[in-house]
Design a protein around this ligand. Structure first.
Ligand code: DP6
Length: 341
């Protein structure tokens, strides 16, 4: 390879949350999750790679800073798995598996702020490596998963399900596309950036504590997620916004209830997040229909779902209540706004 290969991977927003692992090392989840991947021109990671016999060492740069591959077990694992795939797909005589690789990656949004940066980051790394070495794509979600669980969903566009599976080695834990991005073109995502600083408890640490200490987590996995997953897939297939919205909000609320049930508790939402939740419920009640849904990951920032026809009226109400909201019109499918902390 004598040229630089560059790819872009967008973030994905989970509507049924992944929270808890059944295998920490292989990154296998305790429950299925469902997400929507944003379009490529929105919040994304852009990764460039060059590899070849003249490169003298592996190196990874993220947002202009060099990262230690040796000290980052997940990064190292992704490199190892890709090299293994090169060996399998290109044959023993290929020298490419020995080539050193230079990676340069940039997020066009804040890293580690609960804005799904690791999902876009690892999906992009694995996808770009596969493209650079001309590898067949079938194993990519499971390699990206071993970088960061939610990354396996960003390999695909549109609506995606990551199945938990039961196999010890994780052969049945993979991401599949439920519906292409063209399936529900009226769907819009508004991202309200409440706080873009690095979160106090990472998702990895938060979910590990939850598995150890939360009673509610067990209930969620056994009694709630299987039915909810079926129902939301049906709602997506039927483009039933009301159903989609209710399940999305209930799942976000249950996820944050588990965070509070964790001991010591993980508090990701703040006062502004709660104001947004109330605002959405008041708005839906006033219109007599469910027009908007919210979901929050491991941070205070809100992801709102709404259909195009309802967008302008909702945005005018939103800026009335939160005057500092500044929709960024360069985001075609999503709208990113900034709110005070
Ligand atoms: C709240 O995928 O970041 O965003 O697998 O430990 O890297 P690791 O965790 P990560 O967790 C994401 C959690 C979430 C929900 C979700 O995206 O499903």
């Amino acid at each position: 390879m004598d040229k630089v290969v560059t790819c872009v991977a967008p973030v994905n927003i989970a509507v049924i949350k992944y929270w808890g692992k059944r295998d920490e090392h292989l990154i296998l989840p305790l429950n299925d999750s469902v997400s929507l991947t944003l379009d490529c021109d929105q919040m994304h990671t852009k990764t460039s790679i060059i590899a070849g016999p003249l490169i003298n060492e592996d190196s990874v740069w993220l947002n202009g800073q060099i990262m230690s591959i040796e000290r980052n077990e997940r990064l190292k694992k992704c490199f190892d798995l890709i090299r293994n795939l090169i060996k399998i797909q290109k044959g023993k005589n290929s020298q490419e598996e020995k080539w050193k690789i230079k990676v340069c990656s940039e997020n066009n949004f804040p890293t580690a702020a609960g804005l799904a940066s690791s999902a876009a980051g690892y999906a992009c790394l694995v996808y770009t490596l596969a493209n650079a070495f001309g590898l067949v794509n079938k194993d990519l979600p499971s390699i990206a998963r071993q970088g960061s669980g939610s990354a396996c969903r960003s390999i695909y566009g549109g609506f995606v399900q990551w199945t938990a599976g039961v196999d010890d080695q994780g052969y049945d834990s993979t991401a599949v596309q439920i519906a292409a991005d063209t399936h529900w073109p009226e769907m819009r995502i508004i991202i309200l950036v409440v706080n873009d600083s690095k979160k106090k408890t990472s998702s990895t640490v938060g979910m590990k504590q939850a598995v150890k200490t939360s009673e509610l987590l067990k209930y969620r996995i056994q009694k709630c997620v299987p039915e909810r997953t079926k129902e939301i897939i049906q709602a997506i297939t039927d483009k039933n916004f009301e159903k989609f919205a209710e399940i999305t909000m209930r799942d976000s609320n249950q996820f944050h209830a588990i965070c509070l049930d964790t001991y010591p508790p993980c508090v990701y939402l703040n006062q502004v997040s709660h104001e947004i939740i109330s605002f959405v419920h008041d708005y839906n009640e006033a219109t007599g229909q469910v027009k908007v849904a919210y979901t929050f990951d491991a941070g205070p920032n809100a992801f709102l779902f709404i259909q195009q026809n309802d967008l302008s009226l909702f945005m005018s109400e939103l800026v009335n209540v939160f005057p500092t909201v500044q929709p960024n019109s360069s985001y075609l499918r999503g709208i990113v706004s900034t709110l005070p902390n």
